[in-house]
Design a protein around this ligand. Structure first.
Ligand SMILES: C[S@@+](CC[C@H](N)C(=O)[O-])C[C@H]1O[C@@H](n2cnc3c(N)ncnc32)[C@H](O)[C@@H]1O
Length: 259
């Protein structure tokens, strides 16, 4: 099953009929430091002044909300409901519906961000296609940044809880990560949401997310195969600091570099 599938059925309700609950699951204010870290990487590794950014799998636009002051942002997502959500938060940004595995905009950007959405690439072929899309849209001297939630070497089964409230509504969740079998190339995130509406009524929803799990070597190999110089840098942000998590960069050579 491709997790990015748009056909009706179970799974991914978070990005469809439950999209309006998304900001309570992962509030935009939680992205301040992370977005600053990504901006720092674009500035430190790019060979052109970062002015434009393409966000592949932009979701609620929570990273873009913190980056748009210094970068003109183009946001691409598969889910119309998520684009609508992001458009309300980021009306000044360009929003385009499309699949990160295949979209071609016919222009290049100083920075390309494929944040947690890239974790939905659940096969090597899908990951290769998404990385090729990022590479295709990275200007010479520009940087593509990939931030999978886990690689094979760092994956840990486990649970997390959280949530927030606003405007009379509240959400709490249980996130339960597990891998069906070692080296299967995917892991499962079973999400349970408790959704409390303005009347106090509570609904419980189960939503299964299937995510890709690739080794560090595969990431670096696919980035290089897409024509970018691969680089892994430690993810120095919040709870992920000192956990071995890494951000993968792909640097587009400048003509004459001889790369
Ligand atoms: C967790 S959200 C991304 C949140 C985002 N990083 C932010 O800053 O708000 C994951 C998003 O990935 C999108 N997605 C999944 N597969 C996709 C694909 N093949 N192409 C584009 N978007 C995809 C989903 O529609 C969803 O909006």
């Amino acid at each position: 099953m491709s997790h990015a599938d748009e056909s009706p059925g179970p799974g991914l309700r978070l990005y469809r009929d439950l999209a309006d609950w998304y900001p309570l699951l992962t509030p935009v204010g939680d992205y301040t430091e992370e977005a600053a870290f990504y901006r720092h990487l674009f500035e430190a590794h790019g060979r052109r002044r970062p002015r434009t950014l393409l966000d592949l799998g932009s979701g609620g636009g929570h990273n873009a909300a913190h980056l748009k002051a210094s970068l003109a942002c183009t946001l691409v997502d598969l889910a119309p409901a998520m684009l609508a959500l992001s458009h309300r938060l980021n009306p000044e940004c360009e929003h385009i519906q499309g699949d990160m595995r295949s979209i071609r905009l016919g222009r290049v950007f100083d920075c390309v961000l494929a944040h947690d959405a890239i974790s939905y690439m659940a096969s090597r072929a899908d990951l290769q296609s998404a990385i090729a899309t990022a590479a295709e849209h990275t200007a010479p001297g520009g940087v593509a940044l990939f931030q999978p939630d886990f690689v094979q070497e760092t994956f840990k089964p486990g649970t997390e809880t959280g949530g927030s409230e606003a405007g009379g509504r509240a959400l709490r969740y249980l996130e339960w990560r597990w891998a069906p079998e070692a080296d299967a190339g995917t892991y499962v995130t079973d999400m349970a949401y408790l959704l409390r509406d303005e009347t106090g009524a509570v609904e419980v929803v189960h939503d299964r997310h299937v995510m890709g799990l690739f080794s560090r070597a595969v990431w670096l190999e696919l980035i290089a195969a897409a024509g970018l110089a691969p680089l892994a840098v430690p993810f120095e942000h919040g709870s992920y600091s000192d956990t071995g998590h890494e951000v993968f960069l792909g640097l587009r050579p400048v003509p004459g570099d001889g790369v």
